[in-house]
Design a protein around this ligand. Structure first.
Ligand SMILES: C[S@@+](CC[C@H](N)C(=O)[O-])C[C@H]1O[C@@H](n2cnc3c(N)ncnc32)[C@H](O)[C@@H]1O
Length: 421
C-alpha cells in the first residue's frame, strides 16, 4: 500500500466551499475566447500544485480532451511541458494561441494596419459565404465580418494570423442569430434578431487591442508544447508508452446530443476562420453543423468493438429503458477504451486526475465515477483521493435534457478523482 496520505491531506486541508472557486478572480488570459464547459483555472492550478509538491519529478502534463486549454496553460505556468489532444479545431486554435503566445511588438504594429483597413471605405473585400450563412447572420453583420475576414487573411505570418482568428471567436458568437443561452445552435426570435446593432468592427478592434496583453510572449520552439488534433482514440496511440507524468483531464460526461454540444457551439466561429488555417483537420468534421459532435466521444460514431464488462454498468442498464442502452453502452465503451489508452501512456507511479460528472439518463444517475473506479482498480490502479465540488452556475446549463418533455435537472456537482499507477 503506497503512502498517499499527503495528497489526501493537502486536499482535506482546504475547507468548506474552497473547491467551488465561486469568487475566483477573472483570469483574462482564459477569457480571450469562450468555449463551453471550461475548467476553473485556479482549481486546476491548485490540483496540479498539490501533485507536484508531492512528486517533484513530474515534468509533463497530458490533457487528452484539452478544450480551450485551461489545464494545459496552468500546467505550463507551473513549469510542466503541455501535451494535448482535442478533436475540435476551435479548441485547438484557442489553446495553441494561449500556449504559443504572441510577439507583442508585431501585434501592436499589425493592429494599426488592421484598424486602417477596417476603417477604410475603399478596402477591397469579398462578401463571405457558407452554408446557411443568412440564417445565422444579418446581411450587414456578414458585410462587417467579411471585411474583417479579408483583413486577417492578408496577414502573412501564421502565428500572428492565429491570434486574430481567436480574437474573432467571441465577436462571431455575439453577433450571430443563435441564442446565447444554449450551446446548441438555436435561432433567436425575429424580434431579438431585429435588436442586434452592428458594432462588429468597433468590438473587434477593441479585442485585438486588449487580448494580446494577457498572452505570454511568443517564444515557441518545437519542444515547448505538443498539440495533437483528432480523435483521442487514434491520437493517444501516438503518445509514446509510459512517457507521461501527469494526466489531468475532464472528458465529456455522456452522449453529445443531450450534454454539451462542443461542436455546434464552435461551428459558426469555425466557418469564419479561413480553412487554410484549419488545414490539419479532417474536412468531414466541418461538413455540417453536427458532424463534429457526431465524431466526438458519445457521438453516433461510438465504438462498437471494445466491449467492457462492468457489473456496475449492468446494474445501471437494468434500471433504464432499453432504447437508451445503445447510446449509454456506446459512450462507456469509448470512454473505457480511452482510459485504457491513457493508462498506456502513463509512467508507473504517476498520476491521473479526472474531473467527472454523473449525468442522468432516463432520470437515473449514470454512475460514471463508480465505473471509472471499478475499471482502474481492476487494472491495479487505486483511487488515492476523491472529492466533489459544486459546478459554478454559469458553466453548464442546469436543465439540459428532457424526459417526457419535462426539463430534467442536470448535474450540479462534479467529482475530482486522483489515481496513481
Ligand atoms: C470538457 S472539455 C475539456 C475541458 C478541458 N479539460 C479544460 O481544461 O478546459 C471536453 C473536450 O473533449 C473534446 N472531445 C470530445 N470527444 C473527443 C474525441 N473523441 N477526441 C478528442 N477530443 C474529444 C471536445 O472537443 C472538448 O473540447
Amino acid at each position: 500500500m503506497r503512502d498517499n496520505m499527503s495528497i489526501q491531506n493537502r486536499i482535506n486541508q482546504k475547507e468548506g466551499t474552497f473547491w467551488d472557486f465561486e469568487n475566483t478572480a477573472k483570469d483574462m488570459l482564459h477569457r480571450i475566447a469562450t468555449y463551453p464547459a471550461t475548467m476553473v483555472p485556479d482549481m486546476q492550478r491548485e490540483i496540479i500544485s498539490i501533485i507536484i509538491e508531492e512528486n517533484p519529478s513530474i515534468q509533463n502534463i497530458l490533457d487528452p480532451f484539452h478544450g480551450s486549454g485551461v489545464t494545459l496553460v496552468e500546467g505550463k505556468k507551473l513549469g510542466l511541458l503541455p501535451i494535448g489532444i482535442d478533436i475540435n479545431p476551435l479548441a485547438h486554435i484557442i489553446t495553441k494561441v494561449k500556449l504559443q503566445g504572441v510577439d507583442k511588438n508585431k501585434i501592436s504594429s499589425q493592429n494599426a494596419i488592421i484598424k486602417k483597413n477596417l476603417e477604410d471605405i475603399n478596402f477591397a473585400y469579398n462578401i463571405y459565404n457558407f452554408y446557411k450563412i443568412d440564417k445565422w447572420f444579418k446581411s450587414e453583420i456578414i458585410e462587417s465580418l467579411s471585411k474583417i475576414h479579408c483583413a486577417i487573411k492578408e496577414i502573412e505570418d501564421n502565428n500572428t494570423r492565429e491570434y486574430y482568428w481567436v480574437c474573432l471567436i467571441n465577436i462571431v458568437r455575439k453577433y450571430s442569430n443563435t441564442r446565447s443561452s444554449t450551446f446548441k445552435l438555436h435561432i433567436k426570435s425575429q424580434e431579438m434578431i431585429n435588436t442586434i446593432q452592428n458594432n462588429v468592427i468597433q468590438d473587434f478592434l477593441k479585442s485585438i487591442n486588449t487580448h494580446y496583453k494577457y498572452l505570454p510572449d511568443f517564444i515557441k520552439t518545437e519542444e515547448d508544447f505538443t498539440l495533437i488534433s483528432g480523435d483521442v482514440k487514434e491520437k493517444l496511440k501516438e503518445v509514446p508508452k509510459e512517457s507521461v507524468d501527469l494526466i489531468c483531464t475532464s472528458p465529456p460526461y455522456g452522449d453529445n446530443s443531450t450534454t454539451v454540444t462542443y461542436g455546434q457551439y464552435s461551428m459558426l466561429p469555425l466557418y469564419w476562420i479561413a480553412s487554410e488555417d484549419l488545414k490539419e483537420f479532417d474536412e468531414e468534421l466541418l461538413k455540417n453543423y453536427s458532424s463534429l459532435d457526431s465524431a466526438s466521444l458519445g457521438g453516433i460514431k461510438s465504438s462498437k468493438v471494445f466491449e467492457y464488462d462492468s457489473a456496475i454498468l449492468k446494474e445501471y442498464l437494468s434500471k433504464i429503458s432499453e432504447k437508451k442502452h445503445r447510446k449509454v453502452i456506446g459512450f462507456i465503451n469509448d470512454y473505457i477504451e480511452t482510459l485504457q489508452l491513457m493508462l498506456n501512456s502513463l509512467k508507473k507511479g504517476k498520476y491521473i486526475v479526472l474531473t467527472l460528472g454523473n449525468r442522468r439518463v432516463d432520470n437515473k444517475i449514470m454512475p460514471l465515477t463508480d465505473i471509472t473506479e471499478e475499471f482502474l482498480l481492476d487494472k491495479g490502479i487505486p483511487l488515492i483521493s476523491k472529492f466533489d465540488r459544486n459546478i459554478p452556475s454559469k458553466r453548464i446549463p442546469r436543465k439540459i435534457s428532457r424526459v417526457n418533455d419535462i426539463a430534467v435537472e442536470s448535474m450540479s456537482k462534479e467529482y475530482i478523482m486522483i489515481f496513481q499507477k
